[in-house]
Write a protein that binds this ligand. Structure first.
Ligand code: T5A
Length: 213
C-alpha cells in the first residue's frame, strides 16, 4: 500500500513547498493524474486546527513538549486515516510536505523526547505505513531561518534557539544515513540547482521502480 508515497522533509525555509511542486510536476509529466498532496501538521479540517494551535505561542501557557508531540500525532492520525491510506488504497500517489520524520527530528532530536514514547506513537499511529521515497533538503538552520524571516513573522517553533535547530538537523542527518529510502539534497544551493537535484533523484528512482516491476 505504501509504494506511491513520497515525502519531502527539511528545516524551515529549506524549500519543501517548492520541492513538492517539482515532484508533482514530474509525476504529471509522466502521465500520472491521481496525485494527493498533503502537509503536516494539517491536511484535514481537524488537523489544520491542530496546526494553528501547534504554531501559536500562548503567553501564559507554555506548550508542554509531551502535549506538543501528542498534538502532532493527533493531527497525523487524522491525516493518515482520512486521506493518506484511502488515497494509497485506491492507487493514487501521495506527495507529502513533511511526515513522521519531522517528529523524529523535531520532537525526538530537538525536544529530546524519549525514544520509547516516539516508538509507541509510531506503532499506534502508523503501524507499517512507510514512505517509499523521502527527499531530505539539508541546510544550515541559519540560512533556512533567514529565508523564513524574509517570508514574514516567525511562529512559536521558528522562534526557538539555533541550538534547537542544530539538534534537529543532526538528527535528520543521522536518520538519513541509516535509511536507504532517504535521499539528501544540499538545499543551501541556488533554487535551480536544488530543483535539478530533486528532479534527478526522482527520475532515477522512478526508472528503477519501473525496471523492478
Ligand atoms: N513540526 C512539524 C514539528 O515540530 N514536528 C512535526 O512532526 C511536524 C510535522 C510546520 C512546523 O511544525 C514543526 C516544524 C515546523 O516548525 P511548516 O510551515 O509546515 O511548519 O514548515 P516550515 O518548515 O516552517 O515551512 P516553510 O514554508 O518555512 O519552509 P519550506 O516549505 O521548506 O520552504 P518554502 O518552499 O516555502 O521556501 C521558503 C522561502 O525560501 C525560498 C522560497 O522561494 C521561499 O521564499 N527558497 C529559496 N531561496 C533561495 N534558494 C533556495 N534554494 C530556496 N528554496 C526556497
Amino acid at each position: 500500500m505504501t509504494n506511491k508515497f513520497i515525502v519531502i522533509e527539511g528545516l524551515e525555509g529549506a524549500g519543501k513547498t517548492t520541492a513538492c511542486n517539482t515532484v508533482i510536476n514530474i509525476l504529471h509529466q509522466k502521465g500520472i493524474k491521481d496525485i494527493v498532496s498533503t502537509r503536516e501538521p494539517g491536511g484535514t479540517q481537524l488537523a489544520e486546527e491542530i496546526r494553528k494551535l501547534v504554531k501559536k505561542k500562548f503567553k501564559k501557557d507554555k506548550l508542554n513538549y509531551i502535549a506538543e508531540v501528542l498534538m502532532l500525532y493527533a493531527a497525523r492520525v487524522q491525516l493518515v486515516n482520512n486521506i493518506i491510506k484511502p488515497a494509497l488504497l485506491r492507487g493514487a500517489w501521495v506527495v507529502a510536505d513533511r511526515h513522521e520524520l519531522s517528529s523524529q527530528a523535531y520532537q525526538g532530536g530537538g525536544r529530546c523526547i524519549d525514544d520509547r514514547l516516539m516508538q509507541l506513537l509510531h506503532d499506534i499511529v502508523l503501524g507499517n505505513l512507510n514512505p517509499e521515497l523521502t527527499i531530505y533538503l539539508d541546510l544550515p538552520p541559519i540560512i533556512g531561518l533567514e529565508r523564513a524571516r524574509r517570508r514574514g513573522s516567525l511562529d512559536r517553533i521558528e522562534q526557538e534557539s539555533l541550538d534547537f535547530f542544530e539538534r534537529i538537523r543532526a538528527r535528520y542527518l543521522t536518520l538519513a544515513k541509516k535509511d536507504k529510502s532517504i535521499f539528501t539534497v544540499n538545499a543551501a544551493e541556488s533554487l535551480p540547482k536544488v530543483t535539478s537535484a530533486i528532479s534527478f533523484i526522482l527520475q532515477s528512482w522512478l526508472h528503477q521502480k519501473e525496471q523492478s516491476q
